[in-house]
Design a protein. Structure first.
Length: 502
């Protein structure tokens, strides 16, 4: 029996009304690499089922504490009811990309059954009219509740349920295990009393430590006689409200999904245009440009920069630890007000540096620590009323496998990460890199984004503008450097220096 962490519990408790707090992945497979050039549903089911013991998440279900006096617990079931969790469906003819996105969005709009382990999988056939896919291609949509895992833990599950070769040997059969004993009501209440009393001194200590760090940071940001504090982290970013956009309201019960692929070599070429830029900066600049195009076309682009919630991993080197959600959160400007793509990338790079400095000063895991000791009602209230109003969208980027993966011999062609839209953050854009491509997936409230294909086109156009601008900056003639002869410097040494510089 394992208790949810404070952050895990926040993701669970935020599931209210039309806010469904599950994350998912849509994998598409080419069966031509399989032994017979085709894969049947029973082949996929057998392959997938044999790997469910790779993670305890597939067996765990929730046990709640009476009157919500404490955080829930995970207990492991002895047997996985595979027929309940894994479903088999097919698209109607003609089976095109738009139909797949619509079907996946409908499935993604439905909450998980909390009486069962919090995951579902759908094998989807009938992908007969998607360009670039051969006949017999299929998709696998898998969703988990966010209270069970974060992005990097999800990546480890993706690796675990696939093989590295099309002809990999079958894994062992799924065997029953000793199930956890469900705790009694008396035991749960006793644990709740002990846990809550134990958190009180931790809450006091965290408040004192955080207050001291904030005060120190505030003093460092004050203008001084020697300077104006321009280089210090901006404390206003902790309390400033984001501009109101169409994504700021309450979400409906319906979602839309879209995905585009951006080649990683091209993204790496773009980041060279700005010194110190990272792939994540290029990703954020692409999202910012897409919002500039999309909202600009509707006459709704705010003059103030839109901001994004950017999750940051706290896992370190060990990505496989069974530790629930291990993430911190940063608020970053997307600079949607800047039309020039390179200038936007440059501004995002500068902002990322300030956000990193602020995070290190306050503690990267500050939010995680706060949620660990804070009562549940206070944590969810803090999230809804203080954190969410500072942001317009969620923009997350997860590094995935850089080699091909296989399911029952079929090659994994693409993997789109489908995340969460909530009240106040009705648009979520998540990137997942796989085998040379970053798959950028958009999920949003259907009322807020009624034209997801147009937004996908804005993403493509935004990245193309970045790529063109980066190429132009490379092709532009560089000013010829002038070298002043210095006394005492041998002519041969100066020539060697020029060769090294060139």
């Amino acid at each position: 029996m394992k208790q949810l962490s404070g952050l895990d519990n926040v993701f669970l408790q935020l599931e209210r009304g039309n806010q469904h707090m599950h994350v998912a992945g849509l994998a598409i497979y080419d069966p031509s690499s399989a032994a017979e050039g085709r894969v049947r549903f029973k082949d996929v089911l057998r392959f997938f089922e044999a790997r469910l013991d790779a993670s305890p998440i597939f067996r765990r279900r929730l046990v709640t504490v009476p009157i919500a006096a404490d955080r829930p617990y995970w207990v492991e079931d002895a047997v996985i009811d595979v027929e309940f969790h894994v479903r088999h469906i097919a698209l109607p003819q003609p089976g095109d990309w738009r139909q797949l996105c619509i079907q996946v969005a409908r499935i993604h709009s439905r909450p998980l059954d909390r009486s069962k382990p919090l995951w579902e999988a759908y094998v989807i056939e009938g992908l007969d009219n998607i360009p670039g896919l051969p006949g017999g291609s299929f998709a696998l949509y898998v969703k988990f509740h966010h209270c069970a895992l974060d992005g990097e833990a999800g990546t480890e599950i993706v690796k675990a349920i696939h093989s590295l070769a099309p002809d990999a040997a079958e894994a062992g059969t799924l065997a029953p295990r000793m199930r956890d004993r469900d705790p009694s009501t008396v035991e749960l209440c006793a644990r709740a009393l002990v846990n809550n009393l134990g958190r009180l001194p931790l809450l006091t200590r965290l408040a004192v430590e955080s207050g001291a760090r904030a005060a120190k940071l505030g003093r460092s940001a004050l203008p001084s006689r020697a300077g104006d504090g321009a280089g210090a982290p901006d404390l206003r970013s902790l309390v400033s409200r984001a501009p109101v956009t169409r994504f700021s309201g309450r979400v409906s019960a319906h979602r839309v999904v879209e995905s585009v692929g951006l080649p990683l070599p091209a993204m790496r070429a773009v980041r060279v245009a700005v010194e110190g830029a990272t792939l994540n900066d290029v990703f954020l600049a692409t999202v910012g440009g897409a919002l500039n195009l999309y909202l600009g076309s509707k006459g709704e682009l705010p003059a103030q920069s839109m901001t994004a919630m950017v999750p940051m991993t706290l896992r370190g080197a060990d990505k496989t630890a069974d530790a629930g959600n291990q993430i911190g959160l940063a608020v970053m400007k997307l600079h949607t007000e800047i039309a020039d793509p390179v200038e936007r990338l440059r501004a995002i790079r500068a902002g990322a540096g300030k956000a990193k400095a602020l995070s290190e000063d306050l503690g990267k895991d500050l939010a995680k620590q706060v949620f660990e000791v804070m009562p549940t009602f206070a944590a969810t209230t803090l999230t809804r009323n203080l954190m969410v109003p500072q942001m317009n969208v969620v923009a997350s980027n997860v590094r995935g496998p850089d080699v091909p993966l296989y399911m029952a011999g079929a090659r994994l062609v693409s993997f789109s990460p489908i995340s969460i839209a909530i009240d106040g953050l009705g648009l979520n854009v998540t990137g997942f890199s796989y085998d040379g491509v970053m798959w950028v997936c958009v999920v949003a409230c259907r009322d807020m984004l009624p034209d997801p294909a147009f937004f996908a086109d804005c993403l493509r156009r935004s990245f193309q503008a970045l790529e063109d601008a980066a190429r132009s900056s490379e092709d532009a003639p560089k000013p010829r450097a002038t070298t002043r002869r210095r006394k005492g410097t041998p002519r041969a040494a100066r020539r060697a220096s020029r060769r090294v510089s060139a």
